[in-house]
Design a protein around this ligand. Structure first.
Ligand code: ASP
Ligand code: MG
Length: 418
């Protein structure tokens, strides 16, 4: 017997038929003798609709009321799944965030989970013959005010990992519309392979750098509490799964659990980048502060930063990137600060992409990035900026060359499926 958390995303619970399919997956685990807590998302499209209604009702709506509205999506699916499970003869009960309770911070719309009462769920597993707990994801309650909170978009992944930590689950299964985590997006590289295992740190980088499999915060939480997270498909027929065989999917786990560690694990890319180059900035102390201070004050996240000395030796060129969504604001901020920064002109580009290569093996292998620069040059891909960290490096290139760059690097590091 094991204790499991099963999380189902919006597309997996999109209608009653799919909820029935989910219930059969749950029944399969219950029949195998496991104690099961299920965490559900809202039916796909529901949260978007609820958010749109809040905006339509008032552009400046109260964040507490926003939470009261958007938390309902998950409450509906939790109740529906409990009904379907009971109908199949499975002992089940739904739980809304405040009932468990899932205690959170007060940051309405983006609250953090502080504590979950796992003991109550465990007690019910014991006393009520493994009663399945069906928990509404994405929500909690702020104790001081007793008001509902939500965890930010994609937050039911985080709910699931937090529940798994609270009840000491052996595994947190994330059932989704893909069957695992791939070396890169298979739509760009058909040779992309599903990974059997990936380390938390690598998954964090992948998720932060553009792969959309899981909410970044849920991976962080898994890493902190050492929750083994298993990404698998909800569209596999429950009847087709051999209860005694290893299920197919990707395990996100501690690096110590990965025996055959590759140097490079995956390649992520993002086209939502913009580049701003400030030409001929005077090269004196305090210039970086004059540039990045105002950007920080405007809440603009600066990513890559490259500085080079210009030809005359007394001024410097400074390049940085921001998310496309912040590009206009960033440009205006820098133009407004022209007098205090002191520069000649701005050059900008929005048709750029960031391609990132990720792998824990880079810690112990030299020259991994150098190989990439050679291969990209051979394919006439110009690199506009580079950043590196312990387990990844990123290059900024022209957006039109993204697919070529990703394919080149994917085969360079031996990730293509054979
Ligand atoms: N329903 C919420 C959203 O769409 C939370 C989730 O699905 O994870 O963002
Ligand atoms: Mg999701």
């Amino acid at each position: 017997m094991a204790r499991l958390v099963m999380k189902f995303g919006g597309t997996s619970v999109a209608d009653i038929d799919r909820i029935r399919n989910v219930a059969r997956h749950v029944k399969r685990e219950v029949d195998a003798g496991h104690e099961v807590a299920v965490v559900v998302s809202a039916m796909s499209g529901t949260t978007n609709q609820l958010v749109a209604w809040c905006r339509e009702a008032s552009r400046l709506h109260d964040a507490r009321e926003y939470d009261a509205v958007v938390a309902t999506g998950e409450q509906v699916t939790a109740g529906l799944l409990a009904i379907v499970l009971q109908d199949m003869g499975v002992n089940a009960r739904s739980w809304q965030g405040w009932q468990l309770p899932v205690l959170t911070s007060s940051a309405h719309g983006g609250a953090r989970i502080l504590d979950i009462n796992g003991a109550e769920l465990i007690k019910r597993f014991k006393e009520r013959d493994r009663e399945v707990a069906v928990i509404a994801g994405f929500q909690g309650v702020y104790k001081e005010t007793n008001r509902l909170t939500t965890l930010g978009r994609g937050g039911s992944d985080t709910s699931a990992v937090a529940v798994a930590a609270a009840i000491g689950a052996q595994r947190c299964d994330i059932y989704t519309d893909v069957d695992g985590v791939y070396t890169t997006d298979p739509r760009v590289v058909p040779q992309a392979r599903r990974l059997d295992k990936i380390a938390y740190e690598e998954m964090l980088e992948l998720a932060s750098l553009g792969a959309k499999v899981m909410q970044v915060r849920s991976v962080e939480l898994g890493m902190v509490h050492n929750v083994r997270i298993f990404v698998r498909s909800s569209f596999e027929k429950p009847e087709d799964i051999d209860p005694h065989a290893e299920p197919s999917g990707t395990l996100i786990c501690d690096e110590g659990e990965i025996v055959e560690q590759q140097v490079v694990t995956g390649i992520a890319f993002s086209k939502d980048e913009a580049q701003i180059s400030i030409r001929r900035v005077s090269d004196k102390p305090g210039v970086a502060a004059a540039i990045f201070g105002p950007l920080a004050d405007s809440n603009i996240n600066v990513d890559m930063i490259v500085q080079n000395v210009s030809a005359d030796g007394s001024t410097t060129d400074l390049t940085f990137t921001v998310p496309s969504a912040d590009y206009e604001r960033a440009r205006i901020t820098i133009e407004k600060a022209k007098a205090s920064i002191g520069y000649e002109r701005l050059d900008t580009a929005t048709d750029v992409a960031k391609v990132s290569v990720i792998g824990i093996g880079m810690r112990s292998h030299a020259g991994v990035a150098a190989q990439a620069f050679g291969a990209l040059a051979k394919n006439k891909i110009n690199i506009r900026a580079i950043t590196t960290s312990e387990i990844k490096f990123s290059v900024l290139i022209d957006a039109v060359q993204t697919d070529l760059a990703v394919r080149t690097l994917h085969s360079l590091y031996g990730l293509d499926k054979t």
